[in-house]
Ligand binder design. Sequence first.
Ligand code: PGA
Length: 249
Amino acid sequence: MARKKIVAGNWKMNMTPSQAVKLVETLKPLVASDDVDVVYCVPAIDIVPVVEACKGTNVEVGAENMYFEEKGAYTGEISAEMLVDAGVKYVIIGHSERRDYFKEDDALLNKKVKKAIEAGLTPILCCGESLEQREMGVTLDWINLQIKSDLDGVAASDVANMIIAYEPIWAIGTGKTATSDQAEEVCGAIRRTIAAMYDEATAEAVRIQYGGSVNAGNAAELFGKPDIDGGLVGGASLKEDFGKIVNYK
Ligand code: PGA
């Protein structure tokens, strides 16, 4: 069975609530697609107005982060249940900016993945190597370790339905996109890791995105690769170009 492509915008810390609604309105006609799943992962404060603005469209809304505890004394955090109640369907977990600036480690991310799934959210689990790791030749070992740790104890049926985003850190926000061959090599390796951890059917089902300076000019080549099932898009998701990325064909 062919995997449906999924293109998700990662707005990061951009767009006030009123700017967010304007952007959704501008993009509405441009991102319409039957072939591709479209998601906007937005800042927490934009979730409620963006869910409202996306009603009746093909776009689903995602969060950029969540906490694994159900509720209680965790000042500043947002629970999976809160996201679900607000109409959120996806959640980015383990973006390299969270790993780096907010010191999120694999043990924490594993708890977040499990909680997201338990609550009914689809995780978009991010992994990726630094430039130093790539130059040292340890990219595949590193990604393998991240995937194995972050998915520890997660059931095959849940992995089959989730999203993994391969985002080389050196390609994020730098304009330096991985070549389609580099991206395909790692996305294929991730699929083989999933096959080894679970089985072929799970590996064939899981959708693996590429992220890192995806734009209107390179989306078609990247998404044309057999193991790349779409993209996680930062900078270009805030512009009309996002419509071209969704409709890359
Ligand atoms: P970029 O960001 O497209 O701006 O490189 C991608 C991401 O960080 O998800």
